[in-house]
Design a protein around this ligand. Structure first.
Ligand SMILES: Cc1cc2nc3c(=O)[nH]c(=O)nc-3n(C[C@H](O)[C@H](O)[C@H](O)COP(=O)(O)OP(=O)(O)OC[C@H]3O[C@@H](n4cnc5c(N)ncnc54)[C@H](O)[C@@H]3O)c2cc1C
Ligand SMILES: *[C@@H]1O[C@H](CO)[C@@H](O)[C@H](O)[C@H]1NC(C)=O
Ligand SMILES: *[C@@H]1O[C@H](CO)[C@@H](O)[C@H](O)[C@H]1NC(C)=O
Ligand SMILES: *[C@@H]1O[C@H](CO)[C@@H](O)[C@H](O)[C@H]1NC(C)=O
Ligand SMILES: *[C@@H]1O[C@H](CO)[C@@H](O)[C@H](O)[C@H]1NC(C)=O
Ligand SMILES: *[C@@H]1O[C@H](CO)[C@@H](O)[C@H](O)[C@H]1NC(C)=O
Ligand SMILES: *[C@@H]1O[C@H](CO)[C@@H](O)[C@H](O)[C@H]1NC(C)=O
Ligand SMILES: *[C@@H]1O[C@H](CO)[C@@H](O)[C@H](O)[C@H]1NC(C)=O
Length: 492
């Protein structure tokens, strides 16, 4: 690929021959290879199609080691019914997801009107519990929800308003990523991207520090905030402020999901983006060979790609890069999701009957507590309920036997779930080799959600188009392709 010095030095003769080659150029079969068929990889494919001229003859190959697409968006079959086992909720302002839903004609599970009971359990007793009333009468639900707000206010006071304000400010900054393409730059690094939206400072300090500075009382930080970061990211308030803010935003009102499973966003985007999808094909090496990449899979196949996109976290993978790439060491937080159909044992919780247990049992940051949360997914009958447990360690059989009085089915999933957030965060590059090898999940150290993956993917698609395909086929003005080694693929 030409550098700026060589492209500005292209003699007139070359330009003329290039011009003669234009038809060939637009027919050249440029291949973008994407590793990973989660929402990130699917979004890269979608935005490449969305933003590139139809005259660009682009082949998109996508590799997925699993037999299904969706990645961390996955449903699990619990005795014949399907429930989200990974990413389950979307925020009302997740505008890419909102658009995908419309574009793909997916049906939304609207936020429920029921006041779900919520309790914080300290290992012996519930230190806080909201009211739970399921009524067909909307006004009853409204009164219960008002009463619950009052209960929260009594315990945490005006700090709750400050917490809301902190979350709202962060969400509003994030909305800048939906600005028009005309005013929104293409970002070459995560740092640059976060600084532009005013979010970078939040990654430099812990959530506890940020919230204390915003005037939240320690009780709120130790209890409610900790409970929420534990449920959403499996970690406590020593995580970064940005990750923390995103997790708090994921506890507010208006949360939604996609009926039948959020994974359908990935499958729908892939279906309509003319992608050559290789399921069950794991990429084990990515080698830069002159001006293309060679991707080898565990099936013994070898693929030639002009552009390669990694759309999965590299932290626990053994992909061999030649030449090697350097990314900061990052730990992933593992979350064990255990789905159980059966009935909780009230004795374990020190109450008299199951009906006294809230629909969401959350726990404080105490190493002696063996789980993070237990929530009701569906009540089939009075004594037949499907639950989801999140924990940092696997749930042992004996432990489940003491927590449940009955179990008809138990399903365990160990997720390499999201980054373990620290402050200050250090970010991997979007452009791994200074050439055309991209890393969507570099952005995951800012925050890990379906929407942040889509936002990062959109930026990577724009990076690819501006750095690799700039000038094709609309313009021959190679010198405008910038200094980053972009320009047309003219080695013809
Ligand atoms: C338990 C849990 C709960 C969550 N809750 C929420 C939530 O409520 N809301 C929310 O927005 N987010 C939530 N998240 C986070 C969300 O799931 C992720 O941020 C998002 O789905 C990441 O998408 P991705 O495409 O970047 O990565 P992934 O979904 O991980 O996709 C990467 C894909 O690449 C494949 N792959 C990996 N290596 C290779 C290889 N070498 N060759 C071929 N294929 C490969 C993987 O199999 C995978 O399918 C949750 C995550 C977990 C685990
Ligand atoms: C696109 O490229 C492929 C493969 O090189 C080729 O078969 C096809 O004819 C091209 N299509 C167009 C419209 O140029
Ligand atoms: C779901 O699991 C049940 C057994 O629990 C099985 O009978 C059924 O076929 C499964 N359904 C699908 C669609 O895989
Ligand atoms: C969603 O789609 C609408 C209509 O196509 C478009 O105007 C808007 O910019 C899209 N939003 C995002 C976040 O892409
Ligand atoms: C969209 O989905 C609805 C309900 O699933 C269906 O009735 C309708 O025909 C679909 N519309 C299109 C354009 O596919
Ligand atoms: C980020 O922090 C720096 C240094 O403390 C400060 O100068 C800057 O104004 C802050 N930026 C934002 C957006 O708050
Ligand atoms: C929070 O988690 C970190 C590890 O991520 C741990 O070092 C710290 O002790 C925990 N904080 C509390 C209050 O337990
Ligand atoms: C990839 O496969 C090709 C063809 O089999 C082989 O020549 C090459 O050495 C392989 N690359 C790596 C890094 O294993």
């Amino acid at each position: 690929m030409s550098s700026s010095s060589s492209s500005s030095a292209i003699p007139a003769l070359t330009l003329i021959s290039l011009w003669l080659l234009l038809p060939a150029l637009s027919q050249a079969d440029d291949t973008v290879c994407i590793v990973g068929a989660g929402i990130g990889g699917a979004s890269v494919a979608h935005f490449l199609r969305e933003y590139s001229p139809s005259t660009l003859n682009l082949t998109i190959r996508m590799f997925e080691r699993n037999g299904v697409v969706g990645g961390r968006m996955a449903t699990v079959n619990v005795s014949g019914e399907f429930f989200e086992a990974g990413a389950s909720i979307l925020h009302p302002k997740n505008f890419h997801a909102v658009n995908y839903t419309r574009l793909l004609n997916l049906t939304v599970n609207s936020p429920s009107d029921d006041s779900e009971g919520f309790g914080i359990w300290d290992g012996e007793k519930f230190i806080f519990k909201t009211l739970s009333v399921k009524s067909k009468l909307p006004f009853v639900n409204r009164i219960v929800s008002l009463a619950n707000s009052l209960l929260l206010f009594v315990r945490y006071g005006y700090s709750l308003v400050r917490m809301d304000r902190f979350v709202e400010t962060t969400v509003n900054s994030f909305l800048k990523y939906y600005e028009s393409l005309k005013t929104r730059p293409v970002f070459e690094s995560v740092d640059e991207m976060l600084k532009w939206a005013g979010l970078h400072n939040l990654t430099a300090r812990t959530l506890a520090e940020e919230l204390a500075d915003s005037g939240l009382c320690p009780l709120l930080i130790q209890e409610l905030v900790t409970v929420i970061t534990r449920i959403n990211y499996g970690q406590n308030v020593s995580m970064s402020g940005l990750g923390g803010a995103v997790s708090l935003a994921g506890s507010g009102g208006g949360l939604w999901s996609i009926k039948g499973g959020n994974w359908q966003m990935a499958s729908g985007l892939i279906d309509r983006s003319d992608v050559a999808l290789h399921l069950h094909e794991e990429i084990e090496s990515i080698s830069s060979i002159g001006d293309y990449y060679e991707l080898n899979s565990t099936m013994g196949n070898s693929y030639t790609c002009d552009v390669a996109v990694v759309a999965t976290p590299l932290d626990e993978l053994n992909v061999e890069f030649t030449p090697s790439v350097s990314i900061p060491k990052r730990e992933l937080q593992h979350t064990h999701a255990t789905l159980v159909r059966g009935l909780l044992n009230p004795v374990y919780f020190g109450v008299n009957s199951v009906s006294e247990l809230p629909e969401l049992v959350a726990t404080l940051e105490d190493p002696d507590l063996p789980f993070t949360s237990i929530s009701v997914l569906k009540q089939h009958a009075g004594n037949d309920i499907t639950y989801k447990i999140f924990s940092r360690q696997p749930m042992a059989e004996a432990l489940l036997d003491s927590i449940f009085s009955a179990r008809t089915e138990t399903i365990r999933i160990n997720w390499a779930a999201y980054p373990h957030y620290t402050a200050p965060e250090v970010f991997a590059p979007f452009i791994l080799d200074g050439q055309h090898l991209y890393y969507v999940n570099a952005f995951e150290n800012a925050a890990s959600t379906m929407e942040t993956s889509a936002v990062a993917a959109e930026n990577v698609a724009r990076l690819i188009l501006s750095r690799y395909f700039s000038g094709v086929p609309v313009s021959l003005d190679l010198s405008s392709s910038g200094s980053s080694g972009g320009g047309v693929h003219v080695d013809l």
